[in-house]
Design a protein around this ligand. Structure first.
Ligand code: ATP
Length: 226
């Protein structure tokens, strides 16, 4: 793990960290093998590794979407697995396949993340618009998601993940469809979320994204290799 003390804010004293201890995940074969990693609050952590190395599986366990076969994933001593596959409300994802509702508008897709957390619809819509603006797509709010390009969809997915102000933000390849300018925007926003004190993890194949992070964990064939 590399520590770049010269970048990013100092994590607030006593902030929570997301700790994964001896995580093994078996689905026909062993996809994760005795993985122990800590994702600190207030830091941007890159998770790299070849395609199929287990990044998405590890993030799914870290966020409580998937139950590990053995081992623990805890935030401040609290188990991330709630027993149902529904993540805790403080967890937000930017998913690789976006997970957007194609027939809803961009704004509605972002707004529902807040409505699901009990935010009143008008307030949720207002925050959704602001979140779309963070990613330079304020003008696409009314457009149905199925009419958008891949990169535009990815930015809607970012807006939906970021709008929550989550304690734990898990972004799976959030820049894979983006040009350099938009990648820089997403990186700056990830940095902002960490500065707010969130645990921020970004799975990526992109060396420029790894470089922009404070910490770097690499997987290969389900094992931590750095
Ligand atoms: N539910 C499942 N059952 C069986 N195998 C699975 C399951 N989910 C993922 N896999 C396999 O586990 C391995 C790790 O997948 P994962 O999606 O975690 O990798 P990744 O590092 O995120 O890859 P990529 O960079 O391509 O997104 C792959 O070989 C994949 O085919």
């Amino acid at each position: 793990m590399s520590h770049r003390a010269d970048t990013g804010p100092e994590p607030a004293a006593g902030r929570a960290a997301l700790r994964l201890e001896a995580i093994t995940y078996v689905a026909g074969r062993t996809l994760l093998d005795d993985v122990s990693v800590t994702f600190p609050a207030g830091r941007l952590t890159a998770l790299s590794g070849p395609s199929g190395s287990g990044k998405t599986t590890l993030m799914s366990i870290a966020g409580g979407l998937l139950q590990a076969t053995s081992g623990t994933a805890e935030l401040d001593g609290q188990d991330m697995w709630t027993g149902s596959g529904d993540p805790r409300p403080e967890v937000a994802f930017v998913l690789q396949v976006y997970g957007l509702v194609p027939i809803l508008s961009a704004r509605e897709n972002v707004s529902i993340a807040l409505r699901a957390r009990g935010v009143a619809p008008a307030d949720a819509d207002e925050s959704a618009e602001a979140a779309l603006a963070r990613f330079g797509i304020a003008d696409l709010g009314e457009r149905q998601v199925e009419e958008l390009s891949g990169g535009q969809m990815q930015r809607v997915a970012c807006a939906r993940g970021f709008v929550v102000g989550a304690g734990v933000l898990l972004a799976d390849e959030p820049t894979s469809e983006l040009d350099e300018g938009n990648r820089a925007v997403v990186l700056a926003e990830l940095r902002e979320e960490a500065a707010r004190g969130a645990v921020v993890v970004v799975a990526t194949h992109d060396p420029a994204v790894v470089d922009a992070c404070d910490l770097h964990i690499a997987l290969d064939e389900g094992r931590v290799v750095r």
